[in-house]
Design a protein around this ligand. Structure first.
Ligand code: PMP
Length: 281
């Protein structure tokens, strides 16, 4: 039985109901998080809860729970599911109120959480890499808020889905931002390049873990603006997210990236990331 949490209680997913006037439904007036759980331990939970706080601050919504209460809820959710590896989704909306764009005065937020089995990349995708296409990034200017208003991301992801590709890599005014559901790194001449984390992209937890590993292990690293031209001529391109972990892009717009197979720097980073996961850090 898939048990979900809604506003204070656990229930089977089929019994969970949201009123049609919920602002999450009407306006996408809500924020969310997705936390991977490895071997029944949430990975970097403190970082996810900090990003949740930043997203709530970004939409001027009070955090409905303390950090300790969030942690207890995560442990309770993990307990209710048998899988060792889970993907825990949580969402906080501005609650149910008469339809009006301006915020309601004092409406309790809606709090929803669910767990699904965690699907990480297949051995084939790790071995061969995946394909991606590129597009102009036409989303809003607050992409650092992890908002459920994901229409832009959905439209952009659909472009690659229709071409049988894994991701849509985005450029805004000629600069790399991220992809429709993940962050992007490139490698050129053995230097790992990461776009600067600002309002144009989501500060991925995996992005931050990759930067941490790169610094600790003394990768040659530059965090700076990356042009579309640099991306299109990169030796390696990586996608990172809580479900993709770190995954190589080996075809971009139908052309091979570098030698058309996952590169040397990717292989090193992938192994270090897997080791970190196993240590439960
Ligand atoms: N960017 C976007 C647009 C995303 O939706 C995601 C998460 N799916 C990420 C980046 C990666 O974030 P994280 O590493 O925290 O999963």
């Amino acid at each position: 039985m898939n048990m979900v949490y809604l506003n204070g209680s656990f229930m089977p997913i089929d019994e969970a109901r949201i009123p049609v006037l919920d602002r999450g439904f009407l306006f996408g007036d809500a924020v969310y998080e997705v936390v991977p759980v490895y071997d029944r331990h949430p990975f970097r939970l403190d970082w996810h809860l900090q990003r949740l706080q930043n997203s709530l601050d970004g939409i001027r919504l009070k955090n409905p729970m303390s950090t300790d209460a969030w942690k207890s809820l995560f442990l309770a959710m993990i307990e209710k599911h048998t899988q060792k590896n889970q993907s825990i989704y949580l969402q906080v909306t501005r609650g149910v109120a008469k339809r009006d764009q301006a915020f309601p005065m004092s409406t309790p937020p809606t709090l929803f959480m669910m767990s699904n089995p965690l699907h990480t990349p297949s051995p084939e995708d790790i071995e061969n890499g995946v394909s991606a296409i590129t597009s102009e990034d036409f989303r809003w200017l607050k992409c650092d808020i992890k908002s459920t208003s994901l229409l832009g991301n959905c439209l952009l992801r659909q472009l690659s889905a229709e071409q049988g590709a894994t991701e849509t890599i985005l450029f805004r005014e000629g600069q790399l931002t991220e992809a429709s559901t993940s962050n992007v790194f490139i490698v050129k001449n053995n230097v790992l390049l990461a776009p600067v984390s600002n309002h144009l992209l989501l500060p991925g937890i995996t992005y931050q873990v990759i930067l941490e590993i790169a610094r600790e292990r003394e990768f040659e690293l530059e965090v700076r603006d990356i042009s579309a031209a640099e991306t299109l001529s990169a030796d390696e391109i990586w996608l990172t997210s809580s479900s993709k972990e770190v995954l190589a892009v080996t075809r971009l717009n139908g052309q091979p990236v570098g030698e058309g197979k996952p590169g040397r720097v990717f292989k090193r980073m992938h192994a270090l990331f897997q080791a970190l996961k196993r240590e439960g850090q």
